[in-house]
Design a protein around this ligand. Sequence first.
Ligand SMILES: *Cc1c(COP(=O)(O)O)cnc(C)c1O
Length: 347
Amino acid sequence: MRAFKAHLQGLTPYPYQKVEAPVKLDQNESPFDLPEPLKEEALRRMARLPWNRYPEIHAEGLRRKLAALTGWPEEGVVLAPGSNLLILALSLAAEEVLDLSPSFPHYAHAARMAGTPYRAVPLGEGFALPLEELLQAFRGGVLFLPNPHAPTGTLYPEEALRALAQRAQEVGGLLLVDEAYREFAGTDFSPLGRENPHVAFLRTFSKAFALGGVRAGYLLAAPEVAQVVREVLPPFVLPAHTGTILEVVLENPGYVAEVAAYVRKERERVYGRLLAHPTWRPYPSHTNFLLVRTPDAEVAFRHLLAQGILVRRQDRYPGLEGCLRVTIGLKEEMDAFLRAAFEVAYA
Ligand SMILES: *Cc1c(COP(=O)(O)O)cnc(C)c1O
């Protein structure tokens, strides 16, 4: 085959494999669907849409709504069907991608697809942010920094982000803070970018907004950064039906705090219970999942699956030997998980 660029040969697929199980704790989704009245309102509005017409070219109406909600300038807001697509757009545009290792795998994958030079700095002891190494390595390009971090669940301190933001400005690069899990940490780092055009923020509707199936995310950036990202994406990229659903949830966002409050409480309960496990070790988390170190990820994964509980293996990442990632689900699902987890200890 000579149709494609040489760097796209020998691709490794994105590390996700669909497995059916009654208790699904593998994708960091909300355990609750969108509240029924919102779903019904979205459906009513969708029925009134002219389906033959293209949506707005850059989702202008929603950008205005998001600008009003976040206090971010409208020209700096970019909407897309999934923040993964914004990561791809940023990777395409980037002179270089700088990453952590391990981190959210789509950063490396997108850089590879884009054929963009890529480097990753290993996490420090106890998943600490390797600040000195990052400051040294950051010489331009785009630094992807999830905070809270995935897949460890760690929350990096604001002072560290402040230092990286300053470095971004010095070298003319872009610090991209991926806030996919911010609602579970109760954080908002966007003030760091209000004065500094070299810092941008990525947010998603897939987690606390309970819209994983809808596919939507947005970028808050300086207008000149947002313009590049908008131009890299195809025009009319946000489907009209997706836009309608977002319009409804942005007018009624109250449920998001409830999802987040439930998840935080349940996460701490499960974490506390796992501390008593004889061989498994949970890591503190500021997200909607727990990273758990087990003596053997394969054995633990198979045992849980045999009990109908699907989690995600993370043991192929450097420093995460034996690790599983467990999404916080419904109470009864977490009880089933805990029961199975303690059984394996004595198996
Ligand atoms: C889940 C997640 C996203 C969300 O991606 P979408 O394409 O918006 O679903 C982005 N970044 C990180 C770190 C995530 O874990």
